[in-house]
Design a protein around this ligand. Sequence first.
Ligand SMILES: Nc1nc2c(ncn2[C@@H]2O[C@H](COP(=O)(O)OP(=O)(O)O)[C@@H](O)[C@H]2O)c(=O)[nH]1
Ligand SMILES: [Mg+2]
Length: 326
Amino acid sequence: MSGRVASTTESTLIDDALAGNRRALAGLISVVERGGEPARSLAPRLHVTAPHAFTLGLTGAPGAGKSTLTDGLIGRARAGGASIAVVAVDPSSPFTGGAILGDRVRLREEHVADDAVYVRSLANRGHLGGLAQAVPAVVRVLDRTGWDWVIVETVGVGQAEVGIASQADTTLVVVNPGWGDEVQANKAGLLEVADILVVNKAERDGAAEAVRNLRGMLALAPKRDWTPPIVKTSALSGEGVDDLWLAIERHRAHLEASGELDRRRAERRLDELRQRVSHEVERAARLAEQSPELSALLQSVANGDTDPTTAAAKVVAVAARRLRKA
Ligand SMILES: Nc1nc2c(ncn2[C@@H]2O[C@H](COP(=O)(O)OP(=O)(O)O)[C@@H](O)[C@H]2O)c(=O)[nH]1
Ligand SMILES: [Mg+2]
């Protein structure tokens, strides 16, 4: 927070990425993903006042078919002449590029070679908390560099993963026939964020039952002005992907016509601000705890001599001083 100006290399990275250089785009995303001072100094130049990209979040249990569906959606976007970028969020994956990523992401060869398709895996932060902060910043880079659609695919149905996928304009929840057991823990959370429900592997037994089941649960949920459609797909054969694309376009039109798109985006910006502020304040407090002037106080709290409430106010005061100086 020294107010350092972006270094020339970082500046060049933005210029080159804006000019369509994919290597520069990859480098830029890495800077943003790593966070810290370099990312902070680039933020003003990466800011997007009027978003262009429409974002899709995909969440669902591992193996549900999200990546295969993503490939299908890429095909639909490309058929309409639009460009599309994919962010695959997978903290468990040690892979960040090359053929292995191509495989994990399950891109058809024609998409791998396509200049209007970009795929990036975010994995090396190693933990979801860090990723959750990186994702909106990475999506902003993709928006700034002109991509028409951005898909964020998360790897599972934990609260953090669902949270990341729900930070999109349209959120898709992907399940399979017989889905109930895999996602039991977070069923309500999943349904709550879903704008569109996808029953993938619909060629299998139990697809109709899964649809009935979902419909039943939706009927119990509080009424919203958008009832999530339930779309059956077989991503492997491509069946139903056209219907899914239609549902996405319908939801997009609904968001735009109702003003909900602007509301969602405004809310997301404030969420991101709050997350970053908490992160900064917490970091300052942790550092303050280590300062010599507080060591006696911490010791006295540990001993039980000073009450934590009173001590907390003093730690916050020292942290605030650090933040002001920064
Ligand atoms: N039978 C069947 N298999 C599918 C379908 N969609 C995906 N798969 C397979 O399911 C496995 C997991 O797919 P993937 O897209 O990687 O799932 P993800 O973990 O949700 O991204 C792969 O072997 C896919 O080929 C489908 O509609 N039907
Ligand atoms: Mg996947």
